[in-house]
Design a protein around this ligand. Structure first.
Ligand SMILES: Cc1cc2nc3c(=O)[nH]c(=O)nc-3n(C[C@H](O)[C@H](O)[C@H](O)COP(=O)(O)OP(=O)(O)OC[C@H]3O[C@@H](n4cnc5c(N)ncnc54)[C@H](O)[C@@H]3O)c2cc1C
Length: 381
């Protein structure tokens, strides 16, 4: 297994890192406090190809493989301190564009993907419901036949990007009696009558990523809106989750790297009792633990990338990546605050925001408990 990035991948990562550092961090403390989606930054991301990173070139994307995608996202996480913006991008890419790439008809691909790549269309993924969270496939939203098409009824919650999305991937039961085999996915334009987006949900972190409930009341979907075959909803959901869990925390590896560097700088510069605080074993050991978490996160991530790019089975590795990086993200976020002392607790130092943003990673895309459950069953338990 070769972990070295190619010259092209290194160049891409460098370009993304420089771009993100320079272009994506303006007014972040204010935007975070106000919970404002950075529309201009989104367009800039589109300008360098991030909104279509894994979409095939024929539809306007970059057609990146897994390792290249991870390298670009790690660089983004290093340079861009706006984890909310990155989270919106993650939702758009892995749970929005990729189901269309994999399951869309040629007509759906031609219609949606070029707009997704050029940044003019933002996608959202609506699976979770008030009564169906970890147990997402127990959803109760229905799609009943009306003529050639369907009528959607029900509600979704925690839909990332819903307030800014132009279209949503929606999961509904087309045949409730068939349970999991009766689930289907639909591509629904946000301006369809009968679709209503609720007020943005206030969150602890990732505050620049808009999240909302979505309500469907006799919302019509034409036959062209079906994504994949009728009854293929579960397969589509599971494959989307695999992709999302594999890639959604690649940026966090960049954030871990940036935070470690920042904490080392602080530990060298801050003096107490006549010495830099890094000279105290308690602080130095904390930094070593942060380094260890960063390196194990990177190794697991790129090993997974290698497996995916070589067509190897990687179900367990996907769980381990999601589980390990999210837990590392939270623990290193706590450590960063501890190393900065009282200053780490202030908004001005921007360390507390990373911790608030990190906590969501243990919840979305399947909680850490659920990753452990899946991993345990893959170990034969
Ligand atoms: C920031 C954020 C963004 C999100 N974006 C989206 C989105 O774009 N689209 C979307 O559809 N959803 C989205 N979600 C929803 C997310 O997928 C769910 O929050 C998640 O799956 C957990 O479901 P829940 O919140 O209902 O918690 P619950 O399922 O109620 O879980 C509550 C607690 O019980 C534990 N638990 C539940 N079942 C088990 C079990 N079998 N074994 C052990 N422990 C268990 C959980 O681990 C958790 O600790 C988002 C969530 C967050 C926080």
């Amino acid at each position: 297994m070769d972990f070295a990035l190619t010259e092209e991948q290194r160049l891409l990562a460098q370009t993304v890192e420089t771009f993100a550092t320079r272009e994506l961090n303006q007014d972040l403390t204010e935007r975070d406090a106000a919970g404002t989606f950075p529309a201009q930054a989104w367009r800039k991301c589109a300008g360098i190809g991030l909104t279509g990173l894994t979409v095939p070139e024929e539809y306007g994307g970059a057609g990146a493989d897994a390792v290249t995608t991870m390298a670009a996202m790690e660089a983004l996480g290093y340079g861009c301190r706006d984890n909310g913006l990155i989270f919106s991008l993650n939702a758009h890419l892995w749970a929005g564009t990729m189901p269309i790439v994999r399951y869309g008809t040629e007509q759906q691909r031609q219609h949606y993907l070029p707009q997704c790549c050029d940044g003019s269309l933002i996608l959202a993924h609506a699976a979770t419901e008030p009564g169906a969270g970890s147990d997402a496939l127990s959803l109760t939203t229905t799609a009943t036949r009306k003529g050639e098409g369907w009528l959607l009824n029900g509600s979704k919650t925690f839909v990332t990007n819903a307030p800014v999305a132009g279209a949503l991937v929606v999961f509904a039961a087309t045949d409730p009696a068939a349970k999991f085999a009766g689930l289907s996915a639909f591509l629904v334009d946000a301006n369809t009558p009968g679709l209503r987006v609720g007020r943005p949900i206030g969150t602890m972190g990732l505050r620049t990523a808009p999240i909302a409930e979505v309500f469907f009341e006799d919302c019509p979907v034409s036959p062209e809106g079906l994504l994949g075959a009728p009854g293929a909803g579960m397969a589509l959901f599971n494959s989307t989750m695999q992709t999302e869990r594999a890639l959604i925390l690649a940026s966090a590896v960049g954030t871990l790297r940036r935070n470690l560097e920042r904490c080392i700088d602080h530990a060298r510069a801050r003096r107490q009792y006549g010495r830099p605080i890094g000279a105290f074993q308690a602080v130095a050991h904390r930094l070593v633990e942060m380094k260890l978490r960063l390196e194990t996160a990177r190794l697991l991530l790129y090993r997974l990338g290698w497996l995916l790019d070589h067509g190897q089975p990687a179900e367990l590795d996907v769980c381990l990546v999601k589980l390990h990086i999210s837990e590392a993200f939270v623990q290193s976020g706590l450590d960063a605050i501890t190393i900065h002392g009282g200053y780490g607790y202030t908004a001005e130092y921007e360390v507390e925001r990373d911790l608030r943003d990190a906590i969501g990673s243990r919840l979305y895309s399947g909680t850490s408990d659920i990753q452990r459950n899946i991993a345990a069953s893959l170990l034969g338990l």
